[in-house]
Design a binder for this molecule. Structure first.
Ligand SMILES: Cc1cc2nc3c(=O)[nH]c(=O)nc-3n(C[C@H](O)[C@H](O)[C@H](O)COP(=O)(O)OP(=O)(O)OC[C@H]3O[C@@H](n4cnc5c(N)ncnc54)[C@H](O)[C@@H]3O)c2cc1C
Length: 309
């Protein structure tokens, strides 16, 4: 692996945590050079890496613009390209693969590399099964949000080698006219901890116990589909086959039965805790830990315990 490109995401102009971890992870493979392809705001002057890092800046609209992706494809031709799964990054990676006519692997859970061969574990069927793949030809990888970076340690900061802006002449007549981030909450797709609740809460006024637990943990809140259909919670919190797919380290499901359509959105979670007063609730079969009990009793007790630490 001589040259590596990372499709990097930033927060306030600096690499977000997942991209930082990815940068340290790929440094393990001893590439000669790493190119960070930065989406959005870029104030990078130094990054944690053991090898020289070049930075290419892109505009936010890139994912919708095929002429920009062809220009990016020229810049990273022959590179091994990595990104952390998001709708935007998966779009870019698949368009890049198509431009460059190379193999792309998405949903990557574990990745090893030795003597020119990648050993890949990829999650399939909404996380219900995994595929083990050996490949010497795949060169574009989309890593799951809960990819295991546990053995990766942060590298000392190094000044970036060069910074350039990707230029392209666009034929697109589409333009992003406004970007309105949802404020005041932790974005669900990025959340490492999620407290989610279903119809078992009975009434939207009961959500304070869910929010209290989420606040005590520093978690995002989510819900099942009927809950958002009933307008008890906003639609952007609806998790499942037809909603947001989450892959946190911890997913706490409160008063959710565990229908297959809900599970399709949460199977990528590392640890699932289920709280339900029905011991036969299907969700228990998919839980790492289960509490049989009433949410009105269990949630305040959990919150109190967490607040006392
Ligand atoms: C095409 C299609 C797509 C769908 N997509 C989605 C999707 O993306 N996401 C999704 O979530 N659903 C989806 N659904 C709906 C899905 O099939 C279920 O109907 C839904 O997930 C059930 O939501 P729930 O678990 O909140 O409610 P329920 O099934 O009503 O379950 C409520 C649970 O709360 C428990 N409970 C009740 N009171 C308490 C209490 N006091 N304490 C503790 N537990 C309690 C009950 O035992 C029960 O298990 C889809 C359905 C279809 C047909």
């Amino acid at each position: 692996m001589k040259n590596v490109a990372i499709i990097a995401q930033t927060k306030e102009g600096q690499l977000n945590e997942a991209t930082n971890q990815l940068l340290s992870f790929v440094s393990k493979f001893n590439p000669e050079k790493i190119t960070l392809v930065v989406l959005g705001e870029n104030h990078l002057s130094s990054v944690g890496s053991s090898v020289p890092v070049d930075v290419i800046s892109l505009s936010d609209g890139l994912w919708a613009d095929t002429s920009a992706v062809s220009s990016l494809a020229n810049a990273v031709k022959g590179y091994t390209v990595f990104g952390i799964k998001s709708i935007q990054i998966d779009n870019i990676l698949s368009l890049l693969a198509s431009c460059l006519k190379v193999e792309v692997v998405s949903g990557v859970q574990h990745l090893g590399y030795s003597a020119g061969v990648f050993s890949i574990v990829k999650s399939i069927f909404s996380g219900k099964a995994s595929l083990e793949i050996s490949s010497s030809t795949a060169s574009i990888f989309s890593l799951n949000r809960n990819f295991d970076f546990s053995d990766v340690s942060e590298l000392p900061a190094k000044a970036v080698n060069s910074t350039s802006v990707l230029t392209y002449s666009s034929e697109s007549k589409s333009a992003i006219t406004a970007l309105k981030p949802i404020t005041g909450t932790i974005p669900l797709p990025d959340a490492a901890l999620v407290v989610s609740a279903g119809r078992g809460l009975k009434d939207p006024s009961n959500w304070t116990i869910v929010e209290d637990l989420a606040n005590a943990l520093g978690a995002a809140t989510a819900c099942s589909k009927p809950v958002s259909d009933l307008n008890w919670r906003p639609h952007h919190e609806h998790v499942g086959q037809t909603g947001v797919k989450v892959s946190p380290n911890l997913y706490i499901a409160c008063g959710i039965s565990g229908a297959i359509q809900h599970l399709a959105g949460v199977n990528g979670s590392r640890i699932i805790v289920v709280i339900n007063n029905d011991p036969e609730a299907p969700f228990f079969k998919h839980a790492d830990y289960g509490i049989v009990g009433d949410v009105n009793d269990i949630l305040p007790r959990l919150t109190k315990k967490l607040q006392s630490h």
